[in-house]
Design a protein around this ligand. Structure first.
Ligand code: ZN
Length: 277
């Protein structure tokens, strides 16, 4: 069986440090939290950065510092920048791609979120995909709706992306796709038709994190995703102590499914990335 890549989404963009003090917000907190998660088995880190007031930021300097720290302290770990929209100026969402992270998230369509429209107009999607291509950044396609798979396919047809992106089905966001196994099966069947060479995973948001992880592992996913961006609790009554605690739980779940946690080198190979310098 192929080893499983554990992705840790350390911070996210929702201003909620007060909801869980373990959420890393400053550059040094983010590097330290990633390092702990790396030692616990994470091989891919998904990064949002924050302004000093903890609001979401697009400042390339912050992305650069976090990337530098991670490359120094977590040898070979895959660095993925978020180009997600919440709380960020649309035009600045791709402004850090020139720093050549290994990967970046790419939403290929719009969707409703709990209180806002998460807007990804076709021109913005094409612009982000173009910048990723120019900088040799592997896209992780964020699928909040079935039409987003077809949005990704159009990028391949337009020559803006190769036919082997990493695809993540995001389930359990209020007003978007519910976390239901039958929907995962529909999406997965469609993926096999539309982008048969893609690697894939699923992310369950909030209380759906562990459930979705079980579902994707039983369907031989290439990766699982955890981290405080998606879920800040271990149980209804207990907050997660750290990203590393969530990664340890993910690693146990991987083992329970008879699979093995991928090393950073194996994760790079699985996703078709170059070995680390
Ligand atoms: Zn994110």
């Amino acid at each position: 069986m192929k080893p499983v890549v554990i992705t840790v989404a350390i911070t996210g963009s929702v201003p909620r440090k007060k909801d869980n003090p373990a959420l890393p917000v400053t550059v040094s907190e983010q590097i330290e939290s990633t390092h702990e998660a790396f030692e616990a088995g994470a091989s891919l880190v998904h990064i949002h950065v924050r302004n000093p007031d903890e609001s979401s930021s697009s400042d390339p300097k912050l992305f650069e510092q976090v990337q530098e720290g991670i490359r120094k302290h977590c040898p070979g770990m895959i660095v993925q920048f978020s180009t997600g929209g919440r709380g960020r100026d649309q035009a600045a969402r791709g402004s850090s791609l020139y720093l050549k992270p290994d990967m970046a998230s790419l939403s290929t369509g719009s969707t409703n979120f709990p209180t806002i429209v998460y807007e990804n107009a076709p021109a913005l999607v094409e612009d982000l995909a173009t910048k990723m291509k120019e900088n040799d950044v592997l896209p992780e396609i964020e699928v909040f709706d079935l039409s987003h798979l077809h949005g990704a396919k159009r990028l391949v047809e337009a020559g803006l992306m190769n036919d082997r992106p990493h695809v993540q089905f995001v389930m359990g966001v209020k007003n978007a796709m519910p976390a239901e196994q039958r929907l995962l099966d529909i999406l997965l069947n469609e993926l096999k038709v539309v982008l048969p060479n893609a690697t894939w995973t699923g992310a369950g948001i909030g209380r759906y994190q562990s459930e979705v992880m079980e579902w994707v592992l039983s369907r031989e996913a290439d990766a699982v995703r955890t981290g405080l961006e998606d879920n800040i609790r271990i149980t209804k009554d207990r907050l997660a102590a750290s990203n590393a605690e969530l990664v340890r739980i993910a690693a146990e779940t991987v083992t329970k499914h008879g699979r093995r946690v991928a090393t950073a080198a194996e994760a790079r190979e699985a996703l078709g990335l170059r070995a680390a310098a």
